[in-house]
Design a protein around this ligand. Structure first.
Ligand code: CP3
Length: 322
């Protein structure tokens, strides 16, 4: 998950030295160093690449930045057929060679002690940033496009679909051992619109990746996905990552038995007492059952989370025996 402002002091120190997000996330040495920071301290079973779902955009002819205090900014939002026609297909080896290099180096660093995880943004979520111009509250611009000029949006979604399928393969070829697809804003869509503007594209990505990389586990996360749960396995992913607004036992039942689950402790629980954190971990693990569960938070860690509580989470998690 995006680690909301990255709570660790070691990261904050690096931000002072390298104040621009794009500099931190597009330089191989910094990407490797930042990716390893939480792993060195907490030794989780997974190391997530330090990057962003928006990192491919410049390679698709969509300039962006992440501005402190404001979040992502797309300088020329895509609002017309002509603008969408200018969007190029993404060629990862050409535009983000530092991602491949960083993944290779990370594999060398963590050896077999942890899995190296890659990630991409889902077509609808990427499109929502590009059409809205950044983060959004009411998603009116992308909905205007979806409901008044759907052909333009479908054109954009198809470009992201082809591009993200290549990007997943590129990450896997360079060392990523599982890849998470973030459809963070899919739940802004009603289920019927999810079926038109997100689901078919997710399925296309999964089908394409499975053809060339049948053993690569694919994880799907959509925040607030309670209303869509039954539809998520239709994408063909191996794991659905649940946020904490869904009860783990109910989520399991609704997703069916052929799919693994990830999650879903409320990140806010890490502000609680150690006893409370322990209780919630056990509760989640028990509800998830003894197979096919990746214990995780239900979203990224929040700013101000005490590091010792994060350490406690990992200690308890690693002590669990089935
Ligand atoms: O935390 C990590 O190091 C994991 C790598 C990671 C980042 N972004 C780095 C990042 C991951 C997995 C993401 C995914 C991401 N980026 C998502 C999907 C996950 C989710 O939260 O639903 C989304 C929607 C984005 C887009 C994005 N990037 C937003 C909305 C923001 C927040 C802007 C803000 O001001 O907080 C970012 C910036 C960003 N990406 C940060 C990090 C650690 C925080 C800013 C910083 O560290 O400079």
């Amino acid at each position: 998950m995006r680690q909301a402002g990255r709570y660790m002091k070691s990261y904050q120190n690096l931000c002072e030295k390298y104040p621009l997000f794009r500099e931190r996330s597009e330089n191989v040495d910094l990407v490797v160093e930042i990716s390893l920071q939480p792993w060195k301290v907490f030794k989780p079973d997974g190391v997530i690449l330090f990057s962003d779902i928006l990192t491919p955009l410049p390679g698709m002819n969509i300039p962006f930045d992440i501005v402190k205090g404001k979040g992502p900014v797309i300088y020329d939002p895509l609002r017309t057929a002509a603008a969408v026609n200018e969007v190029r297909e993404f060629v990862p080896e050409e535009w983000v060679p530092y991602v491949g290099q960083a993944l290779n180096l990370l594999r060398g660093e963590v050896k077999n002690e942890a899995a190296v995880l890659g990630f991409v943004g889902a077509p609808f979520t990427l499109a929502s940033y590009c059409v809205e111009g950044g983060s959004s509250k009411n998603f009116s611009k992308i909905k205007r496009m979806a409901f008044a000029e759907p052909a333009i949006l479908h054109n954009l979604l198809q470009k992201f679909t082809t591009s993200m399928a290549s990007y997943i393969k590129y990450q896997a070829d360079n060392g990523a051992q599982a890849v998470q697809i973030f459809d963070s804003w899919a739940t802004e869509l009603s289920p019927v619109d999810f079926e038109e503007f997100s689901l078919p594209y997710l399925k296309q990505i999964v089908d394409s990746v499975k053809e060339t990389h049948p053993d690569l586990p694919l994880i799907l996360y959509a925040s607030g996905s309670g209303g869509l749960l039954e539809r998520l396995p239709l994408t063909g992913v191996d794991v659905v990552s649940l946020d904490w607004t869904v009860d783990m036992a109910e989520g399991r039942k609704r997703l069916g038995s052929n799919i693994a689950v990830q999650g879903n402790v409320d990140p806010g629980v890490l502000f609680g007492s150690k006893e409370f954190i322990t209780k919630r971990i056990y509760d989640t693990v028990q509800k998830a059952g003894s197979e096919g569960h990746v214990l995780n938070l239900g979203h990224g860690i929040k700013v101000g989370t005490p590091e010792e509580n994060v350490a406690h989470f990992f200690e308890v998690a690693k002590g669990i025996r089935y």
